[in-house]
Write a protein that binds this ligand. Structure first.
Ligand SMILES: [Zn+2]
Length: 222
């Protein structure tokens, strides 16, 4: 037991050292990472690498630890839903508020309208507070899309395609069917007062793109 404890401590020391080296003295990032203290949470012993993403090509920007709960999904919670959101603001403002510990919410991903760029702010392992419903947070991955629900022109072709690639990857990772029962809007989460993604989000188009990705014939290259 003593030996085990010692091993745990040295692993923690190594992690902190590695984190400090990786962030290169960026105090804010280092502080956020320390605040997570995931290695002290019982049952959570998966090694995590700062900056690692679940979707290839995504950029990592950590959300505040206050806006999510560290978990070990899908080992502790089954992931069977993807929740589609619209930011009701700019991409930059969404990144900013998810980093703010007072915001009390964050999604796993934000997709940018102009080029489909994806920033990941919470690991899929973790429960991000995006659905406003505890069990739906625990069972889902949240994707934010830059734009406003009443401005259909915000939902660009490149954003649909990029998000569909992301959603297809999530479906593949957790065996989630690509249908409207499992890929839902925030508006469909029980108890929510949110309306996103709104009436202009083209569900038929989106699901078609997700299925094309899953079937290995991405429409983007057709
Ligand atoms: Zn939402």
């Amino acid at each position: 037991m003593e030996q085990k404890k010692a091993a745990g401590l040295s692993r923690r020391a190594l992690f902190i050292g590695g984190g400090a080296a990786l962030v290169g003295g960026t105090a804010a990032v280092y502080g956020d990472e320390l605040a997570r203290t995931w290695w002290l949470v019982p049952g959570i012993d998966k090694q995590r690498t700062e900056g690692e993403v679940d979707h290839k090509g995504a950029r990592w920007v950590a959300a505040s630890a206050a806006n999510l709960r560290t978990a070990d999904r899908p080992a502790d919670y089954t992931i069977d839903r993807i929740v589609i959101h619209v930011t009701q603001g700019s991409f930059a403002s969404a990144v900013r508020v998810f980093k703010n510990p007072l915001h009390a919410a964050a999604a796993h991903y934000i997709v940018r309208a102009k080029d489909g760029h994806i920033t990941q702010m919470a690991r899929e392992l973790d429960v991000a507070y995006h659905a406003g419903n505890r069990s739906f947070n625990e069972r889902s991955v949240g994707i934010e899309h830059e734009g406003f629900v009443d401005r259909p022109e915000d939902f660009t072709d490149v954003m649909y395609r990029s998000s569909a690639r992301l959603a297809a990857g999530i479906c593949r990772r957790y065996g989630i069917p690509a249908d409207r029962e499992h890929i839902i809007g925030h508006v469909e989460v029980p108890g929510t007062d949110h309306t996103d993604p709104g009436p202009h989000w083209n569900w038929a188009r989106y699901l078609k793109l997700v299925r094309a990705e899953l079937e290995g014939r991405p429409a983007a290259r057709a």
